[in-house]
Ligand binder design. Structure first.
Ligand SMILES: Nc1ncnc2c1ncn2[C@@H]1O[C@H](COP(=O)(O)OP(=O)(O)OP(=O)(O)O)[C@@H](O)[C@H]1O
Ligand SMILES: [Mg+2]
Length: 258
């Protein structure tokens, strides 16, 4: 079982879109996968057409039960939608920092929740993180094996990436010694301008082994698929978006070896 966190504290860089579409690719490869929506905005939950307002069995509830040390059955919180297992979320989780901020081992709550699963239950667990470096993100970093970082070349800021890497390093040294960066990948890639070339050259320098070969291109069909609550692989299997996400998924399988 490999737990991968999709992280970038910058908003709108395609974390959720990537989790959704990589999941669909992994499903097509007969991998056993679980998605966990860790973002109170709950866009991943909504991307499956779920009405987040009416949800009871959420990751928020699991955090609450875990912190209160109440017995629970994690399987009651996992639903299968369109052939993919997911633990959903809703806006209540936006209080997480306040509500769980004083709990004992507050960064280890998710890790404890996931101990209720057997290693053989899943090949991959994908965590969709919120666009913040907060308690929820720390929980993801403590619980995961690898971090995958989507970057939008256009809005790429070295400072933002440095903040993220500092956080990863801090968690590695204090709470999760085996944490590492699984890969960095470019999303919403537009035509190669000179600016892009410069940015990508500096990314290659910064991430010599981590930068992945697949650049996910800007493709209007990806946004359409999101709006239709479908993965790009189902919505338009021959589109550039589908091609790119299949390639990215293949690279992840190669890197993880599972
Ligand atoms: N390859 C792409 N081509 C075109 N549009 C894209 C592409 N990837 C993502 N988008 C669009 O970009 C927007 C942001 O994507 P997404 O919600 O996945 O980002 P995010 O990093 O999860 O955002 P947040 O930080 O708010 O959680 C969405 O409207 C999505 O449809
Ligand atoms: Mg998101």
């Amino acid at each position: 079982m490999r737990i991968l966190a999709f992280l970038n504290q910058k908003g709108g860089v395609a974390k959720t879109t990537s989790v959704r579409n990589i999941a669909e690719f992994l499903k097509s490869q007969h991998k056993k996968i679980l998605l966990i929506d860790l973002d109170p905005q709950s866009n991943l939950t909504a991307s499956f057409g779920e009405n987040k307002r009416t949800l009871q069995e959420t990751i928020y509830q699991l955090f609450k039960l875990q912190v209160e040390r109440v017995d629970y059955d994690i399987h009651k919180f996992i639903v299968n939608i369109q052939g993919i297992d997911i633990i959903r979320n809703n806006l209540k989780f936006s209080k997480a920092d306040l509500e769980f901020g004083n709990a004992m081992s507050r960064e280890v709550i998710l890790k404890k929740i996931l101990r209720n699963l057997l290693p053989s239950d899943y090949d991959y667990i994908l965590l969709d993180c919120p666009p913040a470096l907060n308690l929820i993100t720390y929980n993801a970093l403590v619980a995961c094996d690898k971090v995958y970082i989507p970057l939008e070349a256009e809005s790429f800021s070295l400072e933002g990436v440095a903040d993220m890497l500092d956080t990863v390093e801090e968690i590695r040294s204090d709470l999760n010694g085996s944490l590492s960066i699984g890969g960095v990948f470019i999303t919403r890639f537009k035509i190669q301008t000179n600016l892009h070339k410069t940015i990508i050259a500096s990314l290659k320098e910064y991430f010599p082994t981590e930068l992945m070969n697949t650049y996910v291109r800007e493709n209007i069909t990806v946004g359409e698929a999101n709006a239709m609550k479908k993965s790009i692989l189902e919505y338009s299997p021959n589109s550039n978006g589908a091609i790119d996400y299949r390639n990215l998924g293949r690279e992840i399988i190669q890197r993880e070896g599972i």
